[in-house]
Write a protein that binds this ligand. Structure first.
Ligand SMILES: [Cu+2]
Length: 206
């Protein structure tokens, strides 16, 4: 009699285990990438960081650009909608490392879940980092940071550290319309850091 009970228990247990593993197999692979990058209808903006000719004294200096219709345009005034999810992609071609003034800017701030997702980097530049591709993180190793995209909103700071050799995707939402400032918190170039359209500018939230 006892044996029978154990047998029944064993059958039930293995049925549950099979069910569980079958359920696990059932999850389509798309599901996992969707959980890393949700919000399919988000307002998308793509920023590009690359070196550009500044002037004859300084030569090449890094700058943020806005990618619009296949063209790089100035980042001096960036327009973003209020009250909807914004997907901000930052494509970085910068090979330099210039950690921020304060270690606090290695933390992701003000994005949804205080996270960013690191996407495929630009070829061999990713050798700077120990981080994997396609993962969501809440901070970047301080020594790996080349720039930050930091926005001073009315009530909070949005801080997106850019990992050298990686592209970054962040989701954020701006609550109040207004004009805010954005800037890079890394000493990546004295003059560009104070020049609109290079490493600083305005956010026009509408
Ligand atoms: Cu910078």
């Amino acid at each position: 009699m006892e044996r029978k009970i154990y047998l029944v228990l064993a059958v039930v247990t293995s049925a549950i285990l099979i069910g569980l593993s079958a359920g696990a197999i059932y999850v389509p692979p798309a599901q996992s990438s969707q959980s890393a990058l949700p919000y399919n209808n988000a307002y998308t903006i793509t920023l590009v960081v690359k070196d550009s000719y500044f002037n004859s004294t300084l030569g090449m200096e890094p700058a943020f650009y806005v990618l619009q219709n296949g063209t790089l345009s100035s980042s001096s005034v960036i327009r973003l909608p209020v009250g909807e999810i914004i997907r901000m992609n930052i494509v970085s071609y910068d090979t330099m490392v210039s950690p921020p003034f304060s270690t606090s800017y290695s933390q992701v701030m003000g994005t949804i879940d205080n996270q960013i997702t690191l996407l495929r980097g630009n070829t061999s530049l990713a050798s700077y980092s120990t981080l994997s591709h396609g993962i969501s993180v809440s901070s970047i190793p301080y020594a790996d940071i080349s720039h930050t995209f930091t926005i001073g909103l009315a009530n909070e700071t949005v801080n997106i550290p850019v990992e050298t050799g990686y592209n970054v995707t962040a989701f954020l939402e701006i609550g109040q319309p207004g004009t805010y400032s954005w800037g890079c918190m890394c000493p990546c170039g004295d003059v560009p850091m104070g020049t609109p359209g290079w490493m600083m500018g305005a956010i026009e939230a509408y």
